[in-house]
Design a protein around this ligand. Structure first.
Ligand code: GRF
Length: 204
């Protein structure tokens, strides 16, 4: 049976969405012992592990420990879900083409942090989220699926973030399922889904 591991740093609502969609989440790994998502995972009988970045002086050493924890599960897919550490190129290469991330913007717009505040400040009228394969460059990499939501006149960061998050919880399970079903093809940096499934969602 195929399976996946999810990496979190905090709340873990995307991880929860993956579990509740029935995906085979075998392990949840956090770099923070106080990540709220860990409690949810153990409550569901899912194995958890903590690899604290504070225990390692160098990024390479942290990534090596993380890889050891991941490989213990022998996952087909590794999903970053609010995992707030920058990964080394070596780590990313080790999991090349089986490492997904969810990012709260319509990439390539607004890579990095504070995406909702930046979207509001830029005055964009559409915002959203992206599931993409991870490459060494932060928040780049082949796009699997995107969901777009409107930015409304009186939105603040909290309201906009919640609107986007609801869509994250829809597209991440979809992307993970496509991956585990062997439906994703990366062709020259462009992802296609075998069977012609729509790779975009509009949530007015
Ligand atoms: C999500 O918005 C995700 O896109 C971003 O960090 C947030 C994590 O939320 N990378 P959660 O931990 O999944 O609830």
């Amino acid at each position: 049976m195929k399976n996946m591991v999810v990496l979190i740093s905090g709340r873990g609502s995307n991880m929860q969405a993956l579990v509740e969609a029935g995906l085979p989440v075998k392990g949840v790994i956090s770099n923070r012992a106080d990540a709220a998502g860990l409690e949810y995972a153990s409550g569901r009988g899912i194995a958890t592990a903590i690899v604290s970045h504070r225990d390692y002086a160098a990024r390479e050493a942290f990534d090596a420990a993380l890889a050891l924890a991941i490989d213990g599960f022998q996952p087909d897919l590794v999903a970053l879900a609010g995992f707030m550490r920058i990964l080394t190129a070596g780590f990313v290469q080790r999991y090349q083409d089986r490492l997904l991330n969810i990012h709260p913007s319509l990439l390539p717009a607004f890579p990095g942090l504070d995406t909702h505040a930046r979207a509001l400040a830029a005055g964009v009228k559409l915002h959203g989220c992206t599931v993409h394969f991870v490459t060494p460059e932060l928040d780049h990499g082949p796009i699997v699926v995107q969901a777009a939501v409107p930015v409304l006149a009186h939105d603040d960061e909290t309201v906009l973030a919640a609107r986007v998050l609801a869509q994250e919880h829809r597209i991440y399970p979809q992307a993970a399922r496509w991956f585990l079903d062997g439906k994703l093809v990366i062709d020259n940096g462009v992802v296609r889904v075998n069977g012609d499934h729509p790779q975009q969602l509009y949530a007015p």
